[in-house]
Design a protein around this ligand. Structure first.
Ligand SMILES: O=C(O)CCC(=O)C(=O)O
Ligand SMILES: [Fe+2]
Length: 424
């Protein structure tokens, strides 16, 4: 399997280091010696005039304790969904850089929507392209998630399908592991299948609150709208990779059975102030594109480069965080990057609150083989001799990765493409 190498690390995805667009090395050493302070907003948005119109106030969750400004914050590029929908070339370039260099970026969803009849998108069975509506759905799902986790543990436990070999449903606090030694995690999560919500596969047993029609409808809309964001990104990456038209989207059709899922992750505050349990162990996502909504800090990424340090992804209101998973690394022989990340207790004052996040994982359709795609010169140039060794279906790969991280699972099988490049 080809790995991402330092030569890919252009500095443009690292918005606060403006000195070079080609010197991965400069960025690497700078970040190691001087962990970046929390970036000011002009850093987060890459400093363009138009984007700096957003005031810090608009990006803050005022009902929550503040994200501290004295912790190292990850300098993700901040992209605009609206500009991507408008085919803004500069924004498309920034998307490309973010996906090659770091594999993580913010997406400003405010005021981004397009009519389904838009000629560019009309024939894409991809989902709905409406950023504001997606933000509203996410709000609704944060409320629903709260109700769900308030159910008694024995009720939630009925929907843990690990024994049946399924990763959908519930995982209790500490039922997963964060390392090879078997250290327990410190989160509970619930995975809802897109197949179930869109009625393209069987209905899974679920607690009453998730069986209510209005909540199923909300989850279904959220799947469609998140999938719309994913399809837009896949289409743009497809173009940049010069793959045959529609290649990536065709591997991720909305109405085809896949491991796509909605997940809520919830962690209580740590029992004592100096407790440093990992809520979620370090990992790369194993699917294609992840759309993540966070309100409290705690998500950390380990930027590429020798000696780099874990830094926090500051939650921004009106935005989701998007990151690429290992399937995109496999498809492109490492042209695109999936970056390692983990979840720790929220920083500063936020650490006393219960943290919940909401995720949409888009994954290749179940029967898709995870192997390097044909038809792109750029990918061909990166193709290594060992790239064809492991061609398993997305379904098998996801099961292996997901269940390997459960207590009693096979840790070795939970690894993705991250191993050799954790510290590259
Ligand atoms: O909770 C978060 O912020 C990230 C969750 C995550 O990385 C995952 O569920 O794969
Ligand atoms: Fe993740």
């Amino acid at each position: 399997m080809a790995q991402t190498t330092t030569s890919q690390l252009g500095a443009t995805a690292i918005a606060h280091l403006v000195a070079t667009t080609s010197g991965g090395g400069l960025w690497v050493s700078s970040i190691a010696e001087h962990p970046p302070p929390a970036p000011a907003l002009h850093h987060l948005n890459g400093g363009t005039k138009q984007e700096s119109r957003s005031s810090e106030d608009d990006l803050t969750f005022h009902d929550l304790p503040p994200f501290p400004d004295d912790v190292p914050a990850a300098p993700l590029l901040r992209l605009s969904f609206k500009k991507l929908l408008d085919h803004n070339a500069e924004e498309e370039d920034r998307l490309w850089r973010a996906c090659c260099d770091l594999g993580f970026f913010y997406l400003d969803l405010r005021s981004g929507s397009t009519s389904k009849r838009d000629s560019f998108h009309s024939d894409v069975e991809s989902g709905e392209l409406d950023g504001d509506a997606l933000l509203q759905d996410a709000d609704g799902l944060f409320r629903l998630g709260k109700n769900l986790f308030e159910l008694p543990n024995e009720e939630k436990q009925k929907y843990d399908f690990n024994e049946q070999g399924s990763y959908f449903g519930y995982k209790g606090l500490g039922a997963g592991v964060v390392d090879a030694k078997g250290t327990r995690d410190f989160n509970e999560f619930y995975n809802v299948s897109k197949n179930d919500m869109l009625g393209i596969d069987e209905r899974l047993p679920a607690p009453d609150v998730l069986r209510k029609e209005e909540n199923r409808a909300l989850l279904g809309r959220y799947c469609k709208r998140s999938h719309g964001v994913v399809s837009l990104i896949l289409g743009l990456l497809n173009g940049k990779l010069e793959l045959p038209e529609g290649r990536l989207e065709d591997l991720h059709r909305l109405k085809t059975v896949s491991g796509d899922q909605v997940r809520w992750v919830r962690s209580p505050p740590q029992p004592t102030q100096d407790a440093k349990k990992l809520s979620l162990g370090e990992h790369t996502d194993f699917g294609s594109v992840t759309v993540l909504f966070n309100r409290l800090g705690g998500l950390q990424i380990l930027p590429p480069g020798e000696g780099s340090e874990w830094c926090y992804v500051k939650p921004l209101k009106g935005h989701c965080v998007v990151n690429l998973g290992d399937a995109m690394v496999k498809f492109t022989a490492g042209v695109l990057r999936s970056n390692i990340h983990r979840v720790v207790n929220p920083p500063g004052e936020q650490g006393r609150s219960t943290r919940m996040s909401l995720v949409y994982f888009a994954r290749p359709e179940d029967e898709v083989l995870l192997r390097v795609l044909d038809g792109s010169k750029m990918i061909d140039e990166k193709r290594g001799s060992d790239d064809e060794e492991e061609a398993i279906t997305a379904k098998e790969w996801i099961l292996r990765r997901a269940l390997g991280r459960r207590a009693g699972g096979d840790w070795e099988k939970s690894h993705g493409t991250e191993g050799a490049r954790v510290r590259q």
